[in-house]
Design a protein around this ligand. Structure first.
Ligand code: ADP
Ligand code: ADP
Ligand code: ZN
Length: 214
């Protein structure tokens, strides 16, 4: 099963993608996580990506498309995958479709997690990310057992630089301009499925399982 997660920054794509990956035993591929790992390791790609990410802008298509197209052809992707944070522009979606077509494959579902902008600012301010394993929490909606410490690996939690309110506002504008058009794109190809992202995370997941099949 090949799945794309759509939705504004903070809609809960990562949260749901992790649950999907665990239940259906397919890899979770997050381009944001890939860039953050590259930044942490000081790679050339990381250095280039960081200048855009810090401003709340998208990394240019040419830095992300080949990376994802290569990733989805790896052995662990043969039974499918869940893409989180990619595609984010129409050209990215077209490049992915073209690459999949060459392989005789296609996307099965584009799950669109709907959350209004008003809720997003709140969510991002409370999001905490683990510096060790990348796990994501929320100070109110999904707290850790010990404040500031990752349940999964024991490392400390941080507020991502790009989750500060000024940058979140910019990322929302970028989302509406560049990423939201993908909703129509996938509606036209018949794979779009909308879910209400404002309800409790377990209820969002239940709605997704209804779509994907138990
Ligand atoms: P969020 O989880 O809030 O939606 P991500 O972790 O997916 O954010 O992405 C963080 C940043 O990484 C984005 O703001 C953007 O700068 C960059 N990025 C991630 N994926 C892409 C992509 N497919 N195209 C361009 N930039 C990307
Ligand atoms: P995205 O990957 O779309 O940027 P995340 O999955 O990282 O979004 O979620 C953003 C923040 O909101 C995180 O702190 C997460 O714990 C929290 N969150 C996710 N889903 C929900 C939900 N249904 N209700 C409340 N908070 C949520
Ligand atoms: Zn951790």
């Amino acid at each position: 099963m090949k799945i794309i997660m759509l939705g504004a920054p903070g809609a809960g794509k990562g949260t749901q993608a992790k649950k999907i990956a665990a239940k259906y035993e397919i890899p979770h591929i997050s381009t944001g996580d890939i860039f953050r790992a590259n930044i942490k390791n000081g790679t050339e790609l990381g250095k280039k990506a960081k200048t855009y990410m810090d401003q709340g802008l998208l990394v240019p298509d040419e830095l992300v498309v080949d990376l994802v197209v290569d990733r989805v052809q790896q052995e662990d992707c043969k039974n499918g995958y869940v893409l989180d944070g990619f595609p984010r522009t129409i050209p990215q979606a077209e490049s992915l479709d073209a690459a999949l077509e060459k392989l005789g494959e296609k996307i099965d579902y584009a799950v669109n997690v709907e959350v209004p902008d008003e809720n997003i600012i709140n969510r991002m301010g409370g999001r905490r990310a683990c510096v060790g394993c990348g796990a994501t929490y929320h100070v109110v909606y999904n707290p850790t057992k010990v404040e500031g410490v990752c349940d999964a690996c024991g490392e400390k939690l941080i507020l991502r630089d790009d989750d500060k309110p000024e940058t979140v506002q910019k990322r929302l504008t970028v989302y509406h301009d560049q990423t939201q058009p993908l909703i129509d794109y996938y509606k036209k190809s018949g794979v779009l499925r909308d879910v209400d992202g404002t309800v409790d995370m377990d209820d969002v997941f239940a709605a997704i399982v209804d779509i994907l099949g138990a």
